[in-house]
Design a protein around this ligand. Structure first.
Ligand code: TXA
Ligand code: MG
Length: 317
């Protein structure tokens, strides 16, 4: 059920249930980090592999010491600038953080979301919330309460409505190796903005044998419909005349046949607006029973880099 009733949602969480909550990035599937049964429900409902850890969401910086220890100074610098906001830090975990949250790892992912409803809820609870994105493992992240409802319908008692997410892409994840920062996942905060604060940052090269980043390898953020990334969208449409095609593009392709369904992410080519609309457009395209979605890479800088990262994973087999 989609609801605005914070008290009801709070009671559900206190009683070991799981709920969906809005954040500024995407909706999350939230559980009390100390409730074994609620955490099991999250893994089960998401069909999340047991080796893929969950992000812990806290209400304020002072709670960080409950979750993590030996925090590198660069992590604190970043938290000072970007929290609350779409920055997730991977830090050494405190002993009381259950192993199931971190999938047995010695590190924990943590962030303070910047959404008034999420913050109000977190501030009313005396425990942090584990909240992976509220989608079945591997599929497109939800950026509205309706997206969550389409995925989980009656399997979820409460979906807290917070409108559509203002960033529309997941948080940027930064980890540390020997106290040196490493970018684990491109996200809603650009590398450029991170580097303004802590200088040049290494980008994690994910490979299939590296257990330090289990969620970064597989096919992810994917529609069920086949998706093709190609330089010239109009040519691709011409070559696939017999197919039912949908187009995803930054600005309107005026040369396209008006019969072709087009999702324009930003009529004024504003890349932040495009990021906000990206998943919602993919959700709509994926519900149209198309044979093929055709798109191009976006300008590869700033948040465009994050969109391109999600596109690459969406087509991965
Ligand atoms: O914006 C976001 O981060 C959203 C909202 C709801 O906060 N959450 C989100 O969660 O995207 P999820 O679970 O879909 O993605 C979190 C990623 C996963 O790929 C997971 O593998 C990684 O963070 N992660 C979590 N804990 C980790 C750890 N200790 N070490 C390495 N990676 C970790
Ligand atoms: Mg996810």
């Amino acid at each position: 059920m989609i609801t605005n009733d914070l008290n009801q949602v709070k009671a559900a969480l206190v009683n070991d249930d799981i709920i969906a909550l809005p954040t500024e990035t995407v909706y999350g599937l939230a559980a009390n980090i100390y409730s074994r049964s609620a955490i099991e429900k999250v893994y089960k409902l998401k069909m999340r592999p047991a080796n893929n850890p969950l992000i812990v969401h806290i209400s304020k910086p002072s709670i960080l010491n409950e979750v993590a220890k030996n925090i590198p100074s660069k992590a604190l610098e970043l938290a000072n600038v970007f929290w609350p906001g779409p920055l997730t830090l991977i830090l050494e975990k405190n002993d009381q953080i259950p192993d199931r949250i971190t999938a047995g790892k010695k590190t924990v992912a943590v962030r303070i979301p910047n959404h008034p409803i999420a913050l109000k809820l977190l501030n009313s609870l005396n425990f942090p919330l584990a909240a992976p994105s509220a989608n079945p493992s591997g599929s497109i992240s939800p950026t509205s309460a309706e997206h969550v409802s389409l995925y989980f319908e009656k399997k979820l008692n409460f979906i807290l409505d917070g409108g559509s997410c203002s960033h529309g892409l997941e948080s940027t994840i930064i980890g540390f190796e020997n106290n040196n920062p490493i970018l684990y996942r491109l996200g809603a905060i650009t590398i450029e903005k991170i580097e303004e604060i802590i200088g040049p940052i290494k980008v994690k090269n994910h490979n299939d044998n590296d257990p330090s980043s289990p969620g970064m390898l597989s096919k992810h953020y994917s529609p069920k419909t086949q998706i093709q990334i190609i330089e010239n969208i109009c040519d691709a449409v011409k070559q696939n005349k017999t197919k039912k095609i949908g187009v995803l593009s930054l600005e309107k392709k005026s040369r396209l046949d008006s019969q072709i369904y087009q999702e324009v992410l930003s009529p004024s080519s504003n890349i932040e607006e495009a990021a906000k609309n990206f998943y919602a457009a993919l959700h709509r395209l994926d519900h149209m029973n198309l044979d093929l979605i055709v798109t191009s890479f976006f300008p590869d800088k700033g948040i465009g880099k994050t969109i391109n990262d999600r596109l690459k994973r969406a087509v991965k087999k």
